[in-house]
Design a protein around this ligand. Structure first.
Ligand SMILES: Cc1ncc(COP(=O)(O)O)c(C=O)c1O
Length: 345
């Protein structure tokens, strides 16, 4: 057994944080020859879509730390927010059900008078018993203040609320992805995933927490020289600011984290809008599903994959590069878009 004294300060600090065991770890690192052939590079897929059952995806790694803090603080109710088909809201709702916590979701809708959608993540939110509040795009701009208000109201009636920010993306949540990069390092040491560090890690970016954790962890554990976050909605400048804020928060929690992180944001594949994939992105999702059996979704992972294809075509990711592609989940988001996808099948 390794003695505490011989372990790196970052490992000691990371392991000292309260953490719940919600995710099924380590997730596999898998090779798909048809993906290599299509992209002309050496791609390993980190299957974070397999962190669990219905609750699976990247959010579970963040929630292990965030909900541990909630329980530590004595919370009985968790509040969070997202788009109407938010994977983060669904993962939080299911994790709360497992932990015996109440869950209140503030979900952004285009039309406050429209009925709730019946399928996808919303179905799972409801199955988990979450309390759903629909909010407008304008209210969503003020989401932190809105949740803080709701938390104060709950506290006044004797409940003990805990607010998880959009996407679980704050310094603490991001540490879930520092841990994920440590997990990859351990897999490489065992000869898995090609057994050598990567040129670049690539993943979808929706609220910046995964990007911050991946960049810090990739540097700290020598997993990859570059980390590219593929924006799924806003532009690179917006996400640069968000990721930088989260990097600073994470370093304030764990000063042993590296002061430099190879964090890049790429917005070439953000598509027409949040939640909307272009025709080219939809065709790529279909072609890759048919040649690999891997299912990417139109909201997040399909855009990350398309971003990789475009970066390869531009030469930003060179021919033959060793790529770690994080599959972050999102299947219910695809199932909610049957109508949009059916003409491509
Ligand atoms: C499936 C999926 N992939 C990627 C992301 C992006 O992660 P982050 O919010 O940490 O940027 C999200 C959530 O936004 C997601 O649900």
């Amino acid at each position: 057994m390794t003695s505490l004294a011989s372990r790196a300060p970052l490992d000691v600090a990371l392991d000292a944080l309260p953490r719940l065991h919600l995710a099924h770890l380590p997730t596999p690192l898998q090779k798909y020859p048809a993906l290599d052939a299509r992209l002309a590079c050496d791609v390993w897929v980190k299957r974070d879509d397999m962190t669990g059952g219905a609750e699976a995806g990247n959010k579970l790694r963040k929630l292990e730390l965030l909900l541990a803090r909630a329980l530590h603080d004595g919370a009985d109710t968790v509040l969070t927010c997202g788009g109407i088909q938010s994977n983060h809201a669904r993962a939080t709702a299911l994790a709360c059900a497992r932990l015996g916590l109440r869950c209140v979701l503030f979900l952004r809708v285009a039309d406050l008078n429209a009925l709730l959608p019946e399928g996808g993540n919303v179905l799972l939110d409801r199955l988990a018993g979450a309390e759903i509040h629909r909010i407008s795009a304008a209210q969503y701009q003020e989401r932190d203040a809105l949740m803080a208000d709701a938390a104060r109201t709950l506290a006044r009636i004797g409940r003990r609320p805990f607010v998880v920010p959009e996407g679980g993306s704050n310094g603490l949540g991001a540490l879930g992805y520092v841990r994920a990069m440590r997990e990859v390092r351990e897999q490489l040491s065992l000869g898995l995933g090609g057994g050598m560090p990567y040129d670049v890690v690539i993943h979808a970016c929706g609220s910046g927490g995964t990007a911050a954790g991946v960049a810090l962890g990739a540097r700290a554990y020598g997993v990859a020289r570059r980390a590219i976050a593929m924006a799924v909605c806003d532009d690179a400048a917006y996400f640069r600011r968000r990721v930088d804020g989260i990097l600073a928060e994470a370093r304030a929690i764990l000063p042993a984290l590296p002061s430099e992180a190879p964090s890049e944001v790429d917005d070439h594949a953000r598509g027409p809008a949040y939640g909307v994939a272009s025709a080219e992105q939809r065709r790529l999702i279909v072609a890759v599903a048919r040649s690999t059996g891997l299912v990417f979704d139109p909201v997040y992972t399909g855009k990350a994959l398309h971003g990789l294809a475009l970066a390869r075509a531009r030469g930003d990711v060179p021919l033959g590069a060793r790529v770690l592609l994080l599959h972050t989940g999102g299947l219910p988001g695809l199932l909610a878009q049957a109508e949009e996808l059916v003409s491509d099948l």
